[in-house]
Design a protein around this ligand. Sequence first.
Ligand code: B12
Ligand code: SF4
Length: 624
Amino acid sequence: MRAALVLPPGATSISQPYTSISYLAAAAKSAGHAVVQRDLGIELIHRTLAPERVRPGLEICGGSSAGIGRWELERPGASRMRRLLADRIEGLLKSRCPDLVTAVARARAILADPAVYYEASELHWAVRALYWTACVSLMEHYPWSWNTTGSDRFSLSAEPSLELLTAPRPEERIAHHAAPGTFLGDFYEETVLPGLLAVAPDYVGISLSFTEQLLPGLALAKAIKRRSPGTHVGFGGELVARFDNDDFPRRMLDTLLAVGDSVVVGEGETALVALLEQLDGRRDLRAVPNLITRDADGAIVGPQVRCGEDVNRWPVPDYAGLDLDLYLAPVKSLALSPSRGCYWKKCAFCAMSRSAGATYRERSVERFADDVAELVRVCGARHFMFMGDAITPPWLARASAALIARAPGIVWDTEVRFERAFTAGILRSMHQAGCRVLRFGFESGSQRVLDAMRKGTRLDVVERIIAACHDAGIRVGLQGFVGFPGETKREAEATFRFILSHRPQVSSATMTVFRLFQGSAVFADPETFGVVPLGRFVTGGFEYKVKRGMSHARANAVQQELIHRYTEEWIDLFNPLYNNACGSPPTLLYAARYGTAVFPRSRIYEQQARASWSRGPGVEDERV
Ligand code: B12
Ligand code: SF4
């Protein structure tokens, strides 16, 4: 069978591919199928930055703020953002480049240059140049726009996808966006379908992980079906796994199965291989685990069998099947998933990965080290992000020994809990094996709040591990948030003070605001946590009221107030471009270069951050 596996546009790192389709491709190939992979996210970014697509946007701008003002008259409601775009373009070009087309070329050169990349202001300018130029290019396609949190990830606006969740006739919208003459329709028709359909795939699998990919993924399915009605189009991924589990978006399954033919909910390797076998033979789709489809009468059926993966069964992910030269970084970095599921599972705010399910599984350290060695050999990568919900210290200790023996000279980062088992000795051997950054689910600097969250960590242990990481040469990133139900402003302040008082051992941090997620313990048992759900879905969670502590709005305001108050102390901890509290290739590359030393500071970033934070709540200026 011939299969094509696709990451639709919507949520894309410019420096590295997302994992899912390369895992699936490896499994399908090992079962004898031919597979092509496409990351349409990075392809769309390149298309958007092409000179012929930047120019119409520039014409709308008239190259000046006044021009943007004229454009805005015809599209009310976005004036602040358009003004900002004009300012940003002027700021971007000032004394650097004559025009945006030159700016893009220069930015690409910086991102490919193994020396200049490590000058923080240059890196920052290059990523901003691409981002703001991509925004200009999209002006003629309003309301499509790019968002970024200032990192290396460019996301398409989530609103069109979110609106689809509640739209009365979602299929009409999908058909509209799939049609030639529209932003996505033209991209698919001109850039995607010719190559994709040239291989005459029997099956096209579309991977949906993030909300922003929903409408683009469905429009792609529609466009494929229009050109090739006989091709089986299937969906899978973390986002659709949520549609299966939660009552609210389950109705989206109707839409997925109106546009495509099947949906895999949960892990996909066994399901994909079984599906390809059935499409090639008896076509009994009921035999395919984790698969939802329609029966002959059009009723939604399945999955009849559920299947979690034996993570040792499948070969190394097939990254060589992607065009890795499309990513914009001086070295290749790849993400690997050493474990699936979470072994702790108790944090009350967390809606763990749906596709991986509740069972924690680890790949054997020998196989994992061989995977890494293979990717070094085949793809020339030396930088790796080990991704999962949480990985245990004993596995990391054993994996370090295996990596030292089988894949010397690599560098990596990963995401962990503050476990007592992280001894100085384990951390030193992890560093020896190439670990340069650990990202911790820190959450709060108040022991009472940690206990209320059922986090299972102790601040004295946190302090010991932070110091031991620093001594071992490993950078520490803390992920925290304010506004857990019942939390007071004083407790939120304690979190900020904890982080700031542990510098320089803590080299970066993120501080978000609590969201009520379906699938979390707070959502399941609101009474216990003093929460009253209001039932309305908003971006990233559900609306709620609290019986005590800070409301969501108050938590937002407190978060902004504290960031504002501590701007100077916070500023280099918080740079989203190389913030090691979130996984990002620039961070790992910088950590590999600079170790635990303070990263070079980016003047451009700091000016922007001071300006936006001093404006107070509503730090929106990276969103156009
Ligand atoms: C790694 C990771 C990232 C990395 C990605 C880096 C990279 N290059 O890959 C980074 C740090 C960039 C990231 C960012 C974010 N992430 Co993230 N991330 C993860 C994480 C920890 C692992 C993902 C992974 O690699 N899994 C391994 C792969 C193999 O699994 P998979 O993608 O689920 O694919 C399997 C199945 O789903 C299925 N499948 C997938 N696609 C398809 C397609 C077909 C056709 C079929 C048949 C099957 C199938 O088969 C696959 C193999 O079994 C997950 C949590 C988790 N454990 O999954 C969160 C997770 C995906 N992230 C999440 C979120 C919220 C984010 C952010 C929005 C966070 C933020 N606030 O900034 C941003 C997104 C920014 C953006 N819009 O671009 C959520 C998504 C929730 C949702 N969809 O509603 C998750 C689930 C975490 C969580 N529990 O909240 N993330
Ligand atoms: S926050 Fe992390 S450690 Fe806690 S339950 Fe969720 S995935 Fe597991």
